[in-house]
Design a protein around this ligand. Structure first.
Ligand code: COA
Length: 176
């Protein structure tokens, strides 16, 4: 569960302390903050350290890694993706999350990453259902999920607290 090839240019592997510089570089982006639930803004070195440690703790707790850096050919982190471990330990469903650094948007990268996450979830983690919840204004992320074969599962009205406001989410799912 440590290395997955996306294509000849990109791959997934676990996060490391040496990724913190790239996390700080790319996650100081208001649009990423506006479209995600737990990424802080501004994003500091301490936020990066906290996140890398959290991934290590989760790996220990579950005995398997489910947080990955998306890396380019030079091994540099250009994004992240994960299974959230949202449900009870042996649940057959889970939720995914993902982000990509701005210079890499609209090249089809995340669509391929999400397809790969589905393959990992269904074949390696034994899942039967994979979910994603997107803020209703995030058309690019909805498009990614549609291109990766997810179905729209409904509007979750005022279900997400962001910036002290309740906003709508869109549930997407894929099942086998
Ligand atoms: C959303 C995100 C992951 C997309 O990654 P990506 O690699 O650019 O996605 P892809 O290139 O595979 O596909 C993007 C699709 O959205 C479309 N798109 C991009 N911006 C759009 C917009 N503002 N409105 C509608 N569609 C849009 C693109 O045209 C493309 O669709 P197409 O192939 O039919 O033309 C990336 O923009 C990101 O990290 N955003 C900030 C964090 C975030 O939103 N994370 C997801 C939280 S649920």
């Amino acid at each position: 569960m440590n290395y997955f090839k996306i294509d000849n240019d990109y791959y997934l592997s676990p996060l490391k302390e040496t990724d913190i510089h790239q996390l700080v570089k790319y996650l100081n982006d208001k649009e990423i903050f506006n479209n995600t639930l737990t990424v802080p803004f501004p994003y500091t070195k301490d936020d990066g350290k906290f996140f890398v440690r959290l991934c290590e703790q989760k790996k220990k707790k579950y005995g398997v890694n489910t947080n990955w850096a998306i890396r380019d050919k030079t091994k540099k982190l250009i994004g992240g993706c994960s299974f959230h471990r949202k449900y009870r330990r042996n649940s057959k469903k889970d939720e995914i999350g993902y982000w990509l650094a701005r210079p890499y948007w609209n090249k089809g990268i995340m669509t391929e990453v999400v397809k790969k996450l589905c393959k990992i979830g269904f074949t390696k983690l034994g899942l039967k259902r994979i979910e994603a919840i997107v803020f209703s204004h995030n058309d690019a992320s909805c498009r990614v999920l549609e291109k990766a074969g997810f179905e729209f599962g409904g509007l979750l009205l005022k279900s997400i607290r962001k910036n002290n406001k309740l906003i709508d989410g869109k549930l997407y799912f894929k099942e086998i």
